[in-house]
Design a protein around this ligand. Sequence first.
Ligand code: TXA
Ligand code: MG
Length: 340
Amino acid sequence: MTEIIKMTGEPDFEALSEAASALAGGSLVAIPTETVYGLGANAFIPESVNEIFKVKGRPQDNPLIVHIDNLDMLSSVVSEVPKRAIPVMEKFWPGPLTLIMKKNPLLPSEVTAGLDTVAVRMPSSKVARLFITLAGVPVVAPSANISGRPSPTKYEHVLEDFDGKIPYIIDGGASEIGLESTVLDLTSDTPVILRPGGVSYEELKEVLGHVKYDEGLINESVKPKSPGMKYKHYAPKAEMFIFEGESASKKIEEMLSQLNAEGKKTGVITMSDRKFDSCHVLSLSCEPYAYAAGMFDALRQFDALGVDVILAETFKETDGLKAAIKNRIYKSAGGKVILC
Ligand code: TXA
Ligand code: MG
């Protein structure tokens, strides 16, 4: 049985505290964060960390992010804090930014998949931080989805993937941002963005002066530096195509009539209130924050409807949050992008 602990409406602090103690003692607990829901475990219990890999079906070489609730906890996770990390932490923590630093040798190697670096983040979600405070230990948490599936932005998504497989899910309502944190490597000469996310390239550049994207994000023939970025990800069960550019709606309409003639069940993600015939339509905003907040939920809704093919309109530009939106939605579609 999976127990759902409500932290929306009338929050159940007693149950939250019980789940936090269970996590400290070795149990897995799914927690809400401002980015996506995470599947949490005590970072210092190797068996619990291994259990995460098992229930998610996560490849063994893909390290986890350690979540902390205050800076005192940081010293148990990293061996040193590089000087240039300080203004970054001051500006973006708590928040959707994960920093890669040198690992504390006492942190179990299961967390980092054997690497000598570690990913660490202080979430801004109040429920997440209170949970970590109550647990009293750093909490490892990958996104709380079966590996490869769209990331969870509501407790219902976590339940879909893990009902009966984990003892607790904390319901903190819908994740505010709806896509994962930015992963920034601070161990190389120039800070490198390994995964675009809730904090943008432009925002980081303003604080750091210089920052670049990992070559593996831009060039398909280069291996990404972040182990997780090489795997198929965020995929709905349906086949998916992305459309971007001025005539996206027109191109979607053309492909729709072809698919409908073939008897396919179709779903459309649009950025306007334009109507499409004979298909399920989910309208996401043309405002990037609202688009991101609804994106993974839309993919899961289409799965629940048993749609065969999803045609999704997205942004042409790559500034700000749009870089992260495009990174995720391209992966969801396995790179099938139609420029219009
Ligand atoms: O927003 C988030 O970051 C969410 C919430 C729950 O905090 N978590 C999340 O975790 O997205 P996950 O496991 O789905 O993604 C972690 C990413 C992976 O791409 C992984 O390869 C990378 O971080 N990563 C972790 N440790 C690393 C390291 N030492 N060096 C390079 N990349 C690392
Ligand atoms: Mg993930």
